[in-house]
Design a binder for this molecule. Structure first.
Ligand code: FES
Length: 119
């Protein structure tokens, strides 16, 4: 039913429609995104994000305590301010305006060589 609704309103502006999911989609390794540098500005640390580990896995490996609930981009618990990108947004919670400075890190990535987060 949700798929049918989304298809019916596909031409609407993103900020004019809202869908809430109760189970996150299964995480898929995004092999089309090459490795990139992740810089945590406040912590003054960095690491390389690979498709196999992903952004959230890299943050966890760096010892960053990011609040995570659904792990699938539908609850917003892991929203984080980004400073430099461009980020790749795969979530189902942020509005277009929120995406200008926030990223859902459990499903997000970077389309460039470096992503800087306000962590
Ligand atoms: S943990 Fe739910 S959106 Fe990231």
């Amino acid at each position: 039913m949700i798929d049918a609704f989304e298809a019916a309103v596909a031409s609407w502006l993103d900020d004019r429609k809202h869908v809430e999911l109760f189970t996150p989609p299964k995480r898929v390794v995004q092999h089309d995104v090459p490795p990139y540098e992740l810089v945590l500005k406040a912590s003054k640390t960095s690491a390389i994000v690979t498709p196999e580990v992903g952004l959230l896995g890299t943050l966890e490996a760096m010892g960053v305590d990011v609040p995570v609930s659904c792990g699938g981009g539908i609850c917003g618990a892991c929203r984080t301010r980004w400073i430099e990108g461009p980020p790749i947004h795969r979530d189902r919670v942020l509005s277009p305006a929120e995406r200008q400075n926030e990223l859902i890190v459990c499903v997000g990535d970077c389309a460039g060589p470096k992503l800087v987060l306000d962590l």
